[in-house]
Design a protein around this ligand. Sequence first.
Ligand code: 2Q2
Length: 329
Amino acid sequence: MTNTNTPRRTALGGMAGILALGIAPAFNARAATTLKLGHLGNEDNTWHKASLKFAEEVARRTSGALEVRVFPNEQLGKETDLIKGIQLGTVDFTITGESLQNWAPAAALLAVPYAVRDLAHMDKVVDGPIGQRIAEDIAGKTQLRPLCYFARGPRYLTANRAYTTPADLNGLKIRVPNVPLFVRFWEALGAKATPMAFSEVFTSLQNHTIDAQENPLALIKSASFSEVQSTINRTEHVLSWIYIVGGTRKLGRLPADQQAAVMAAAKAAQEYERGLFLEDERNLAAELTAKGMKFADVDKAAYAAKGKDAVIAALNADIRPIYEQIIAA
Ligand code: 2Q2
């Protein structure tokens, strides 16, 4: 114990010595606080481009006093580790959504299969009282505050063949993110669902630990799943949104003007991302086809019907009324 602590004490002592000598102003010359944003997308993904925009806007709006460094590709940690990192204060921002249901049950509502119908419905839900309630639940239970949101394209089932009806799925080894709702949904459909971090999916498909995965076209493309999956099944089973979140405690300690700058920068990043997203959505199907992937039509109604009871059962009783509100919105 004493031994392990000694070097640290020495280091701190050394720092105190330097400060006492009056060298401190040199450290503060730039007066910059550096914050870290980690996410799972790669450099081509709109999340990354929007994160860079967020960083740029934060720097501009604080005249460089706040610097946001962006780390793509789970370089800073897997999604779950980043969530925990923010809670511990070692990371400041990430891009996350329904995985937060492991802390805040209402976060499951971001991605309920066959609940959100289209982009207009999504914006109505997120921008209104329902979205506010979900964001507050997340902030209260996770200490991660949603700062802005990005719409996502529908999630599709990719595999090496068509799965036209859920009856075909029996025993299919599918990777899902760390989202209990998704595990329940795919198991109700007959598949074997394995939660796994995004950065492990490509290799696991390549070595056949898993046969399938499900994601929006944007991630299917940027993660090069076309190299290990032949078929995009048009399940379109989830329309979800995702947040840039920041650590409540760390953000709360920033001066008020810097907090306002962070919020304004997040809003600017959201608007910027929407433009990129819409452009992407127009081109992704053709781009994936050009990479050799085939689209297969499926019986979406059968997928929805077979998963429905499991989906409702997977939602905590206290958030089921909010699910009903989403459907009715
Ligand atoms: O499949 C994934 O890993 C991504 O699409 C997202 O991380 C997923 O939607 C959730 O984990 C978001 O919290």
